[in-house]
Write a protein that binds this ligand. Structure first.
Ligand SMILES: Cc1cc2nc3c(=O)[nH]c(=O)nc-3n(C[C@H](O)[C@H](O)[C@H](O)COP(=O)(O)OP(=O)(O)OC[C@H]3O[C@@H](n4cnc5c(N)ncnc54)[C@H](O)[C@@H]3O)c2cc1C
Length: 465
């Protein structure tokens, strides 16, 4: 059981009271039990509710709604995905890649409409995203991202290049040579968003339960029997369908240990910055910001005037996750120094929050929503660092796969996508951590030489597809 004290010191949680949902009791069965009350689980419940209003649906969580990555992330609600257009065109078809990207762009707007319709106060700001280039290899990578978009028919309305003087009109970061801008991204407070979705699900008649950790499940005639750890003991309950939406925590479940590799990502936030600092930085529109280095960084200007800044972290031996891994002083210090290097005007500001969370990576870096009709079970996830909007779309496909609905969404390439298992340890630990080191080394080489680290680059690309 994850105790409430294990909630991270995240910016999104501070000053907020999170309501608690009671644990599952033995007479709490439902037609569909969804495990994991993050974006995926809650959106799946809402899609199911809309498509099949008479189903009884329960979403349960080992902690409480929003405890996982959904309540701790960088707050980019973007049309980005871990699988590139080229890779979808190769593994599915060029038309499927385009259909997927278009659906994801629409999803960003659909989530905005949802927050407006339900009055969810999550600071929704649909201002797009900027990816900055500050070295020659970064400029090259931005050019190739534009070329990839154009190859698949996406024009300036989706992604365009800004010269440095135009970037300066958005924000000032030293050494920027150019940037890409895509309008398909909103800045949000992710915990406020996930708690808002949870409240809407409850109002729609979905039973949301906390403090209920799935221990195991078995198939019996008449349905799935679900064994849960709850405060004070264990309970069993029943359902027809059991859907797992446990993302970075999935490897803790027997039978799923090698399905998803949990990767820790870490964030920091400054105190609210004074107007004098914001006048030097700019960033008035609050676009989300990254750059084209290989080891991802991501940032937003929060609605209360802080910089929230994150970076990719670490994989722990045997896919371990837990509160002890949600902070890493070395990685946090590195993120703080990168943040102040990019925003020197903010130097000296107090860093008030340091936290982390766990994201989920499939072996081929493709998201999936897949059901097994024989056992009436399913899994959806595998978003790497792009799950805020993508989870809504994947959940839409997941609900359709469960119900057997055939339409444009159920034909998107992540529906039914079969992912292969990760390698057993020690190969998994060696492979993932070796790759993180190679990526960081490639960034250092490129920053020093201003030339692409080609050999390391092709090794990395072969690993992440
Ligand atoms: C630091 C960080 C920054 C990120 N930034 C961004 C970003 O800016 N934009 C973006 O698009 N994506 C971002 N991501 C990724 C994004 O947050 C995730 O892809 C998304 O939230 C996944 O949602 P989910 O519902 O699938 O999983 P989660 O939100 O992780 O939810 C899984 C839930 O399952 C519960 N659970 C696990 N095991 C069990 C069990 N056995 N029984 C019951 N319940 C269980 C957990 O308690 C948890 O609440 C970031 C991730 C991290 C960690």
């Amino acid at each position: 059981m994850t105790s409430p004290s294990a909630w991270p010191n995240s910016l999104w949680l501070s000053g907020r009271t999170v309501g608690t949902h009671r644990a599952v009791s033995p007479d709490d069965g439902a037609d569909v039990i969804i495990v994991g009350a993050g974006f995926t689980g809650l959106w799946t419940a809402l899609h199911l509710r809309r498509l099949a209003p008479t189903l009884s649906i329960m979403v349960l969580d080992a902690a409480q709604p929003g405890f996982g990555a959904s309540g701790r992330n960088g707050g980019w609600c973007s049309a980005m995905a871990p699988m590139s257009l080229d890779s979808l065109a190769e593994t599915a078809s060029p038309a499927a890649a385009v259909a997927f990207q278009r659906a994801l762009i629409d999803t960003v707007s659909a989530i905005g409409d949802f927050t407006a319709a339900h009055g969810i106060d999550c600071g929704w700001t649909h201002a797009g995203t900027l990816s900055l280039a500050r070295t020659g290899p970064q400029v090259e990578r931005l050019r190739s991202s534009i070329a990839e978009a154009r190859r698949h028919g996406f024009g300036e309305e989706f992604l365009r290049m800004l010269p440095s003087n135009e970037v300066d009109e958005h924000l000032r970061v030293p050494g920027v040579r150019c940037a890409t801008h895509s309008p398909a991204c909103a800045t949000v407070d992710p915990l406020a968003l996930v708690l808002g979705i949870s409240a809407v699900a409850c109002e729609a008649g979905v039973a949301v339960r906390g403090d209920s950790r799935l221990l195991s499940h078995r198939r019996e005639r008449g349905g799935n029997v679900v064994r849960l750890a709850v405060p004070g003991g264990e309970v069993e309950t029943r359902c027809d369908w059991l859907l797992l939406c446990t993302e970075g925590f999935t490897a803790r479940l027997a039978g799923h240990r090698r399905r998803i590799a949990p990767l820790h990502s870490y964030m920091v936030a400054t105190e609210p910055l004074p107007d004098s600092v914001w006048q030097r930085i700019g960033w008035d529109s609050r676009e989300t910001i990254a750059d084209a280095r290989r080891l991802v960084i991501y940032a937003q200007r929060t609605r209360d005037g802080r910089i929230a800044f994150g970076g990719r972290g670490a994989y722990r031996w045997a896919s371990r996750v837990g509160p002890q891994h949600d902070t890493d002083p070395t990685v946090h210090d590195r993120i703080v120094s990168t943040m102040f290097e990019m925003f020197p005007a903010a130097r000296g500001a107090e860093v008030t929050h340091r936290w982390g969370g766990v994201l989920g990576v499939t072996r081929d870096w493709h998201a999936t929503a897949r059901v097994d009709r024989a056992t009436r079970t399913g899994f959806a996830g595998g978003y790497v660092g792009d799950g805020v909007a993508l989870s809504h779309l994947v959940a839409a496909g997941f609900a359709r796969a469960m119900l057997g609905v055939d339409d444009e969404i159920s034909r998107l390439p992540f529906v039914g996508h079969q992912v292969s298992d990760w390698e057993p340890e020690p190969f998994r630990w060696l492979g993932i951590n070796g790759m993180i080191r190679a990526v960081a080394l490639a960034d250092r080489i490129e920053a020093r030489t201003d030339r692409p680290a080609r050999r390391l680059g092709s090794l990395i690309e072969r690993f992440i597809g």
